[in-house]
Design a binder for this molecule. Structure first.
Ligand code: FPP
Length: 283
């Protein structure tokens, strides 16, 4: 699999302007910490600690696999329903991890941000997040987004509320409003590949809008066991998918006069015919 044959799959005809450096967005629902610990007779907290090590491994291996944005689901808004002790430990773990990883993230050129609500997490965690976001803001090797107190439905509701108050009901304005609600930097490309570990096959209120055309990849590997090889396997599976964005694959020759780049593999004789003919490029 060459890098160039890969690149062609990263283009969504609906988002032609979102190019630049952000070319491949992978999101991961990191599931299985608790079961990993249970299998070893350890506490759930020990599973989360091992999960934090897997986070570091994954962040370190992402750029070499062509990943430019990585979004990790660390704590859903529904996770507040867990026992108080587990929630407190998770908040502490996030903070410890952030504080200890700040220099490493900065040195490796990772831009860090958190998506989700910020009004319910501990003050000290909120301060650590702001600190690391500021210190890593110039990073260009990878945009690492961690979802904490995140709910896609709540984000959608917040944007809908803004529409009710008068912002135009366009996709662009709606998305801007949604991103504001979750403190997400605007202009992040949609999710290309959504991975869930731990054997479950559901979305769990994660990036529902942004994953409209995401390729889904489920693995039984429990998150603490997730390695660079597992990430590479998921990326490999993604590269073999045929992304059509609602269009069709056709071997028809190009039409005269078409000039825009087609979102299909340039090395392939087949071309994708999206619904909007102005985007069709032949050849
Ligand atoms: C889901 O597994 C995992 C979580 C709710 C917490 C995710 C946290 C980490 C990966 C640790 C550190 C993260 C960062 C960003 C430093 P589960 O507990 O629901 O597992 P189970 O389904 O086996 O019970």
């Amino acid at each position: 699999m060459t890098r160039s044959s890969f690149d062609s799959r990263w283009r969504d005809p609906e988002q032609p302007e979102r190019g630049g450096r952000d070319r491949f967005h992978v999101a991961i629902n990191m599931d299985g910490n608790g079961r990993w610990a249970l299998l070893r007779g350890q506490s759930r907290e020990a599973g989360h600690v091992a999960g934090a090590t897997a986070v570091r491994r994954t962040v370190e291996s992402a750029p070499a696999l062509g990943i430019t944005t990585l979004t990790l689901y660390a704590f859903s808004s529904d996770n507040w329903r867990r026992p108080r002790g587990e929630v407190d430990n998770l908040m502490l773990l996030f903070q410890k991890h952030l504080d200890s990883e700040c220099a490493r993230l900065t040195d490796s050129g990772v831009r860090f941000s958190v998506i989700g609500r910020r009004d319910r997490i501990p003050d000290s965690l909120r301060r650590s997040i702001a600190h690391v976001e500021e210190h890593t803001s110039e990073g260009t090797s990878l945009h690492l987004r961690v979802a904490i107190d995140y709910s896609a439905r709540d984000a959608l509701l917040a944007a809908a509320g803004r529409v009710a108050k008068g912002i135009p009901p366009t996709r662009e304005a709606f998305e801007r409003a949604m991103y504001e609600a979750i403190h997400a930097p605007s202009g992040t490309r949609d999710v290309d590949l959504l991975i869930r570990t731990g054997g479950e096959q559901r979305l769990s209120d994660f990036l529902l809008w942004e994953s409209a055309y995401a390729e889904l990849f489920f693995t039984d590997v429990l998150w603490p066991d997730f390695t660079e090889a597992d990430l590479a396997s998921a990326v490999q599976a993604f590269a073999a998918r045929d992304r059509r964005y609602g269009g069709i694959r056709t071997a028809a020759p190009m039409t005269a006069g078409a000039s825009e780049q087609q979102p299909c593999d340039a090395s392939s004789s087949a071309s994708t015919t999206p619904l909007r003919p102005t985007r069709v490029r032949l050849g």
